[in-house]
Write a protein that binds this ligand. Structure first.
Ligand code: COA
Length: 342
């Protein structure tokens, strides 16, 4: 049953306020960020008993996501123009991802989260998503219930791992694993070469899930200098890549380099290739004097998960991946992929 008293979200007769869902405009961005940070801050405080000093440990989601996918960003607005909720969604080619989603605490349990999710589903339908996904809290009946109501099914765990940097290890790790293997930064390429590299990146993700395309994530990192994309080359071929965020205004937490997405082309899925890319990411962290690398991994990608653990990455926290649409799981346990649907 829903509470009808002591809720600023309700009018003086206890009625749910009139809420309009609309797309995010440029002038909303800082308010959207506040709404996310307040709602998640309250949620973490309820879960852990203390409020984190900084929600998401300094990681930012709103500004670059909106620039990257403005049609996928929605707010819930009260009659007087107050923003009380927000949801960000993105299309990775045929894969639609939703999150973060947040509603101010005093406005929760009044259907606003569902209205925001409905808007995201509309966006996915317009873009003909064949699969939709979200990462959420496996211990929260509310979160599971909410997404299940929209047809999402809980699948496997996502483990967000981290590794503190050790200088000696970096020196060893950055020696090329094999002759002919090299790492190049996307930002250092001329425009024509970027185009060719992007085609290879697209071919790699398409081989993992038909139509998956993270090209806009590569472009936003390059365009806004949020970090860089590392290209693993064998001879003249790109056989893997890692989209890396550096802290500041990206999704990287304070003091950490964050791997947003990493994949090795399926024909080249050898652990040494994953290690070569991870070594290069760790070198980036070291060069920027950062103390940590954060790498998320979906446990269905068992070999990738094991490689991280062997390399000294430790689980920081877990989330559950939920999927809607295609019911078969496409992940092969030996695919070397690190991806984050948050
Ligand atoms: C998650 C969040 C966005 C939901 O927003 P909301 O406006 O409260 O959600 P709604 O009122 O639209 O929907 C709540 C639904 O959750 C489900 N639910 C709630 N409690 C539940 C429970 N104990 N068991 C199962 N399902 C439950 C129901 O489906 C319910 O809808 P219904 O009662 O109409 O069937 C909001 O709680 C929030 O901002 N939380 C903090 C940030 C966060 O965790 N974001 C999501 C990260 S993935």
């Amino acid at each position: 049953m829903r509470a009808t008293v002591d809720r600023p979200g309700l009018d003086n007769q206890g009625r749910t306020p009139l809420i309009k869902i609309r797309r995010v405009r440029k002038g909303d961005l800082s308010k959207v960020r506040d709404v996310l940070e307040q709602a998640f801050g309250d949620f973490f405080e309820r879960q852990m008993g203390t409020r984190p000093r900084q929600v998401f440990n300094g990681a930012q989601y709103v500004h670059h996501r909106w620039l990257m996918e403005p049609w996928g960003c929605f707010v819930a607005e009260e009659g007087d123009g107050k923003i009380v909720g927000a949801a960000l969604a993105v299309m990775w080619g045929t894969l639609g991802l939703v999150g973060p989603v947040a509603v101010l605490t005093n406005y929760q349990n009044q259907d606003i989260g569902q209205q925001l999710l409905t808007a995201c589903q509309g966006f996915f339908d317009e873009n003909k998503a064949t699969l939709q996904g979200v990462a959420t809290y496996p211990y929260s009946p509310k979160h599971l219930g909410l997404y299940q109501k929209f047809g999402y099914r809980p699948k496997g765990l996502v483990v967000v791992t981290g590794k503190p940097m050790d200088r000696r290890e970096i020196v060893q790790a950055t020696r090329p694993a094999k002759p002919g293997l090299g790492v190049r930064r996307y930002s250092s390429l001329e425009e024509a070469k970027k185009k060719a590299a992007m085609q290879r990146v697209r071919r790699i993700t398409n081989a993992l899930y038909r139509g998956m395309d993270v090209g806009k994530e590569v472009e936003i990192v390059d365009g806004l200098a949020l970090g860089d994309t590392l290209l693993l080359e064998k001879g003249r071929d790109v056989i893997g890549f890692a989209i890396v965020h550096m802290p500041g205004v990206s999704e990287a937490p304070h003091g950490s380099v964050y791997i947003k997405f990493l994949a090795i082309e399926p024909h080249h899925r050898k652990p040494e290739h994953l290690h070569a890319l991870l070594g290069a990411v760790e070198e980036m962290a070291h060069a920027a004097q950062l103390q940590r690398v954060v790498a998320p991994v979906y446990t269905y990608y068992w070999a990738a998960y094991q490689s991280l653990l062997e390399r000294g990455y430790h689980p920081d926290f877990t989330m559950v991946r939920m999927k809607r649409g295609k019911q078969d799981d496409d992940e092969r346990p030996d695919d070397l992929v690190l991806d984050d649907w948050r």
